[in-house]
Design a protein around this ligand. Structure first.
Ligand code: SAM
Length: 164
C-alpha cells in the first residue's frame, strides 16, 4: 500500500501539517505492522490489543474499570493528509473525504468502540481495534450509552426541538 494518488483522486496543497495542539497520552500495540493487514474496522471479537498509558496519565484511568465498552481515539500517524476526494476502490470513482472513514484525512483521528478486558498497571487490554502497532493514543472515554454524567444536570440536557 502506498501514498500514491489513485485515478481521479484529488489532493490539495494544504501546507505543512502540525500536530502542535495534541498531546499523545500513550501507545497502542496491535498485531498489525502493515496497513494492508489491518482490518478496516475493528471488531469486538478481534485480536487482543494493548493500550499502554503514559505514566503521567495513569491516574486518569481511575473508574474506567467499571465499563465493558470504551471509546478509543488515536492518531493515524502514517496517513497522508491532503486528499479532498478519494477513490476507495481504486476504480476512478471518487467520494469526498468527509463521506468516508478512511485514515486519510486532514486530521487523521481514528475512533473505535472496544471491549475492555482488563486494566493492569497502566495497560488496557482490549478487543476491537484496527490500527497499526505503535499508533499514538489521543483519548479514552466511556461508552456514551453506558455513561451517566457524574456532574449535575444542565438545562440543555433535556432540550428538544424548539418551536419558531
Ligand atoms: N476505526 C477508525 C475510524 O473509523 O475512525 C479507523 C478506521 S481506518 C479505515 C482503519 C485503517 O487505517 C486500517 O485498516 C489501516 O489501513 C489504516 N491505519 C491503521 N493505523 C494507521 C496508522 N497508524 N497510520 C495510518 N493508517 C493507519
Amino acid at each position: 500500500m502506498t501514498d500514491d494518488l489513485r485515478p481521479n483522486e484529488q489532493a490539495i496543497d494544504a501546507g505543512p501539517a502540525s500536530d502542535a495542539a495534541l498531546r499523545f497520552i500513550g501507545t497502542i500495540h496491535t498485531p498489525w505492522t502493515r496497513r494492508e493487514d489491518c482490518p478496516r474496522q475493528g471488531r469486538m471479537d478481534g485480536p487482543e490489543c494493548r493500550i499502554v498509558i503514559a505514566p503521567a496519565w495513569r491516574a486518569a484511568l481511575d473508574g474506567l474499570e467499571e465499563y465493558d465498552c470504551i471509546e478509543v481515539l488515536y492518531w493515524l500517524d502514517r496517513s497522508r493528509r491532503d486528499l479532498v476526494r478519494q477513490s476507495p476502490r481504486s476504480d476512478g470513482k471518487t467520494v469526498g473525504t468527509f463521506a468516508l472513514r478512511s485514515p486519510v484525512r486532514p486530521n487523521p483521528i481514528g475512533t473505535s468502540m472496544v471491549r475492555l478486558l482488563r486494566i493492569e498497571e497502566g495497560t488496557l487490554h482490549v478487543r476491537g481495534l484496527d490500527c497499526l502497532d505503535g499508533t499514538p493514543l489521543i483519548d479514552i472515554k466511556p461508552d456514551r450509552c453506558d455513561f451517566t454524567p457524574k456532574a449535575p444536570p444542565k438545562p440543555g440536557d433535556g432540550q428538544t426541538q424548539t418551536e419558531d
